[in-house]
Design a protein. Sequence first.
Length: 295
Amino acid sequence: MNWNSISFDWNQARAFLAVAEEHSLSAAAEVLGVTQPTITRQIAALEKELRVVLFERTGRSVSLTPVGLTLLEHVRTMAGGANMVSLAASGQAEDIEGLVRISAADMTAAYILPPILDQLKDIAPKLELEILAENKLSDLLLREADIALRHARPEQPDLFAKLVCEDTARFYAVAKYTENFGQPRLKDDPSHHQFVSFGDVEGMLGHLTALGLTLTKQNFRYASQSQIVEWEIARHGHGIAIMTDRIACKFSDFQPVLTEIEPFTISTWLVAHRELQSSKRIRLVFDLIAESLSP
């Protein structure tokens, strides 16, 4: 840890986050219970300390500069951590109870969430958690779930979204596959190779063709709407599958193939309804997932 690099005041960062989320100095002052001049001084001090301009001011409104946008997610992560510390120190987390529903793709629900649930059990033992393992987007506005993990940022203004990680993903196969079909190479004829499609074969075919793989439907003998099923088909040696490194590293029998192709980047957004701001149980779960998935 480089302690000399951590020199700014948390109250200044807190003021920055409030202005960014409330979109005005006066609204930020109101939610923090301070005066507007105090907020203005804290923002100015933070900008001076960091030697950057965080906001553009036009009349009574403010908007984030590109630098401010870059720093926003980091400060949100700090705020989540600070909230966790406060809850744990005061013992409030142990008193938080009720149901929180989390929607996630089946592979994420099976292999990413369980270790996080262990932490939640220790911090807030009275919480009830329902995991909706589904490969469709739950409608948070209709309250089908309280929190969702998605690979695309939602556009609805009533939802709060946080980019928590950007994972690398690549092609994987097991030894049984390469023994039977050979090691796939981009320069070779791929006609005898098999790929396992997650979802629509036509869509998968289009994505892989764009990468330089000259494939046809005959290369996709197997397909599933479940990523767990797709992965298990590949695990039995029937084909090549795409998976994030975060999950693939849990399976020692899989090895990367087609390594000439650059890894993909898959973004993960943590999404909740705006009630996140007022519900302690949803905020607790949201912050802990964000902290656990962040690099």
